[in-house]
Write a protein that binds this ligand. Structure first.
Ligand code: NG6
Ligand code: CA
Length: 508
């Protein structure tokens, strides 16, 4: 009798052994990690930091977790910040990593180590839900009507549900794993970032069809009453309704978490809010009193609340780390007439920082950043420098996965700072503004912007100071902020800062 079952017992134990070894580094008790990466949310936008639009669910993370006063994205725009976040390398080290077109090819090449692949190597299930904006497909761009390779599945994500670029760029369709969602093959999608394609109306030719007017750029194909950047035609059944984007992303994120109840997961939840076009769901429209920009902030806050509510009701709250941050600073008029300036009232999205999105000044890259989870101190402020670059090295250390020093060359392990255990923190970091202008912030509170002959204001319409000047700029962030240029008063400090920046630029 016993012998008859032996092969079966052997088989089961072998399966168990091999299963055990392929997931050797992960144990069920390891915490899930959710990275909520918001879009264009300024340091002062959340009510925890003085914002006038209530964001109770976001505040909860900042109030009950560790919140950073000096955390930075690497760039003042989306694509380079996201590139650095995932790869641990400053985006400006090579060209072609500026704000990507909607049909750009994949910027992160297949097989490269990323924040996601580190979790994957450690046995986590990894997913990305939301805005991608890092290109898709091979050299000639994505095949919208076929298999979309390369993409997140080739750089460490097990699952992807994407806005391919941004809400204001065509094609306005979702991509799940390698396919456009809901595409009817008899109505193929065509996209062009050059000449007009197809005969769908454009904002420029048919403004009478617009429900939202554009202020600058954004005058090409009209979808859902909103003209976009780029031309498209076809794929009617796959088009999103802007009002539903946030709800859809939340539903997909919850679905991912539910499917991975029994394995630790890493979820990169990359929101469309509060980027333009700011089209909130009807239940938020005109609810904030601050216009569409305020309404989508309310919507973002609800989305965060839905994720945290799920974690609490499913018993996962105590075993999940959540990080919330933003890809760049705030912007008001970013190309649509939505009264963002007119209705700003006493809401200070930068919290007194100078500049905004696109800028070399602090508001371009100093962003909200909070972390909450098991063992992380509650209700503490962290004043050390932290760069989003460092998530890769820090989580590699946390998970015991070897980081590739060559590719993730700018990522530093500051796990202790991240988990609120102190430690020295970063000594300095580089900030990238538009037109490849780089600045440097040092841990002792100084800021350097090298001379540049670019324009003083962002040249295409957002009414934001670039921070560019033909003379060198040196500021004391802890003292007078970016209002008093100390370059002439402190020549030695200026030289030291310039040297530090050069050293990072020239790092081999
Ligand atoms: C700019 C767009 C702006 C926004 C930005 C990218 C124009 C005139 N402006 O070029 O609306 O889409 O790119 O924003 O086209 S980001 O947050 O994704 O970097
Ligand atoms: Ca952005």
């Amino acid at each position: 009798m016993k012998d008859r079952y032996l092969p079966a017992i052997l088989f089961v134990s072998l399966c168990f052994l091999s299963f055990g070894s392929s997931f050797s580094q992960v144990s069920k008790s390891q915490p899930n990690v959710i990275l909520i990466y918001t879009d264009d949310v300024g340091y002062g936008d959340i009510s925890f930091a003085g914002g006038k639009i209530p964001t109770p669910n976001i505040d909860y993370l900042f109030e009950n977790g560790l919140s950073f006063t000096q955390a930075y994205s690497t760039a003042a725009t989306c694509t380079p910040s996201r590139y650095s976040l995932l790869t641990g390398e400053y985006a400006w080290r090579a060209s072609g990593r500026g704000v990507a077109r909607g049909n750009a090819s994949a910027l992160i090449k297949p097989g490269r180590q990323t924040l996601a692949s580190v979790f994957q190597t450690a046995g986590y299930r990894t997913g990305v839900v939301g805005k991608w904006h890092l290109g898709l497909g091979e050299e000639d761009g994505p095949d919208w009507n076929g298999e979309i390779k390369a993409g997140p599945l080739d750089i460490g994500f097990d699952y992807a549900f994407l806005i391919p670029a941004t809400g204001d760029r065509v094609p306005t369709v979702f991509v799940e794993n390698r396919k456009v969602v809901n595409l009817d093959p008899s109505d193929p999608i065509q996209v062009s970032y050059g000449d007009k394609i197809g005969n769908w109306p454009t904002g420029k030719e048919n403004p009478e069809f617009l429900t939202t007017q554009y202020s600058h750029g954004h005058d090409q194909t009209i979808v859902n009453g909103i003209s976009r950047i780029g031309y498209m035609t076809g794929g009617k059944s796959a088009l999103w309704r802007d009002e539903d984007i946030s709800d859809r992303l939340v539903a997909e994120a919850l679905g991912f978490m539910e499917k991975n109840e029994d394995t630790p997961f890493f979820l990169y939840f990359s929101t469309h809010d509060i980027h333009v076009p700011r089209i909130a769901h009807e239940r938020f429209q005109e609810k904030s009193g601050f216009g569409p920009r305020g309404d989508v902030l309310l919507q973002l806050d609800e989305a965060v609340g839905e994720l945290t509510d799920y974690l609490k009701s499913s018993g996962k709250w105590k075993e999940t780390i959540i990080i919330l941050s933003s890809d760049n600073g705030p912007v008001w008029d970013d190309g649509y007439v939505d009264q963002a300036f007119e209705l700003i009232r006493d809401h200070d999205a930068t919290r007194g920082l100078r500049g905004g999105k696109y800028s070399a000044f602090e508001a371009g890259t100093r962003v909200p950043f909070a972390i909450i989870g098991p063992q992380i101190p509650a209700g503490k402020l962290e004043h050390r420098l932290f760069s989003q670059l460092d998530l890769l090295a820090s989580f590699s250390a946390y998970l015991g996965v070897e980081m590739n020093q060559e590719t993730a060359k700018d990522s530093e392990n500051h796990l202790n700072v991240l988990l609120g255990k102190g430690g020295p923190g970063r000594s300095g970091l580089v900030q990238e503004a538009i037109q490849n202008v780089l600045g440097y912030v040092s841990a002792d509170g100084f800021k350097y912007i090298p001379p540049s002959n670019g324009p003083a204001m962002v040249p295409w319409g957002p009414k934001i100071e670039t921070g560019f000047l033909e003379r060198p700029q040196l500021y004391s962030l802890t003292d007078s902020g970016e209002w008093e240029n100390l370059a002439e008063q402190m020549p030695e400090k200026l030289a030291e800062m310039a040297q530090k920046l050069e050293k990072v630029i020239n790092k081999q």
